[in-house]
Design a protein around this ligand. Structure first.
Ligand SMILES: *Cc1c(COP(=O)(O)O)cnc(C)c1O
Length: 361
């Protein structure tokens, strides 16, 4: 078996010990005589899996008791509609656009109410995070929506905006579990699982209890947070196997020492790449320094042909999916929790060789 370093933005690498554990019980889970994929979601065996998953996530993120944890489907993109449907009381909300996903969220919300664009970083191709204070938000907004880590552009909010009493809603798809977050600062946190938690098919929603029960009457049942919470994410069949893998990932993180420990590791890991980027001028880091993501590192050579050659040659050396998103160009190294530091060291070594072998005209 020859596993590569997979720098994909998502679906992305899973921790090897998690895959090994899943493989060892793929065909027969404990003494159930069947695979987790085959068991009823209402069985006592599965009930323990989903409850253990929630307990582990609560412990990892120190989620306060007055927040519900929901295991849902439809990807983070479904939340772009679920958020306005559940949270709008006056029909007004504030959005900050810092990349493609927050823009999609902003556009989707316009179907349901009066949506104000508070700030956007599109003027500089989303290379920075706007500085916002409480005064920037509308007093009558039902919520403020942000995307905390911008997967495509490689930027992350370096602060949590102060929205006063207005609930803050954040898409954490590509940075959840990469470091501790103060959940109590948010009304709703949501994240698709396929970046840093589990295979695609699961979306985790963490919602403050007092925000439940305000869904518009025409909200589809499957998007109604309260209905999902009242049924412990079992209103219908949940993504059973994804939740099981998520549980293994949460337990792996707890074993590693929790989110403080993984943060220290991620800081060290991304510094290998950023320190190198800052030490030379062959490659140029795309994001502004203050806005740099620990999870998605974007950089360019400034020459499209060289960028293409780079991704192709890296691929041949077992470093996969380094081609940047078409809106940024260049390269993107997604280095989620499961990417070992050795992968980033190998990448930097390759970057040095490539720069030497391909001098710019
Ligand atoms: C990947 C991603 C999405 C979209 O997730 P889906 O599960 O494909 O809907 C939304 N937001 C962010 C920040 C992402 O990284």
């Amino acid at each position: 078996m020859n596993r590569v370093y997979n720098f994909s933005a998502g679906p992305s690498m899973l921790p090897l010990p998690v895959l090994e554990k899943a493989a060892s019980e793929l065909i027969c889970y404990e003494d159930s005589g069947m695979s987790v994929m085959e068991m009823s979601h209402r069985s006592p065996v599965y009930d323990k899996i989903i409850k253990d998953a929630e307990a582990a996530l609560r412990k990892l993120m120190q989620i306060p008791n007055h927040y519900k944890v929901l295991f849902l489907q439809g990807g983070a993109s479904t939340q772009f509609a679920a958020v306005p449907l559940n949270l709008m009381k006056t029909g007004k909300a504030d959005y900050v656009v810092t990349g493609q996903f927050s823009k999609k969220a902003y556009k989707e919300a316009q179907k349901y109410g009066e949506i104000r664009l508070v700030a956007s970083s599109e003027d500089k191709n989303n290379t920075y995070i706007p500085r916002l204070t409480r005064e920037d938000f509308s007093a009558d907004a039902d919520y403020v929506h942000i995307c905390f880590n911008n997967t495509i552009y490689g930027t992350k909010w370096d602060y949590i905006p102060d929205t006063g009493d207005i609930p803050l809603v954040a898409d954490l798809s590509s940075c959840i579990l990469s470091e501790p977050v103060d959940v109590s600062k948010f009304g709703v946190i949501y994240a698709g699982a396929q970046k840093n938690m589990a295979p695609a098919g699961l979306t985790v929603v963490i919602v403050r209890e007092d925000l439940l029960g305000n869904a518009r009457p025409d909200t589809p049942a499957m998007l109604d947070y309260k209905l999902m919470a009242d049924n412990d994410s079992m209103y219908n069949t949940p993504p059973c196997y994804c939740i099981y893998i998520a549980k293994l990932v949460y337990e792996w993180l707890l074993d590693m020492g929790g989110l403080e420990a993984i943060k220290a590791y991620n800081e060290k890991k991304c510094a290998v790449l950023y320190d190198y980027l800052d030490s030379q001028d062959y490659y140029h880091a795309a994001a502004e320094k203050s806005a740099r993501s620990m999870m998605n590192v974007t950089f360019v050579t400034g020459d499209e042909d060289l960028d293409k050659k780079f991704a192709k040659e890296a691929d041949a050396q077992g470093m996969k999916n380094l081609k940047g998103h078409r809106s940024v160009g260049g390269m993107r190294a997604s280095i989620y929790n499961a990417m070992p530091i050795e992968g980033v060291e190998k990448l930097v070594k390759f970057m040095k060789e490539f720069a030497e072998n391909n001098p710019k005209a």
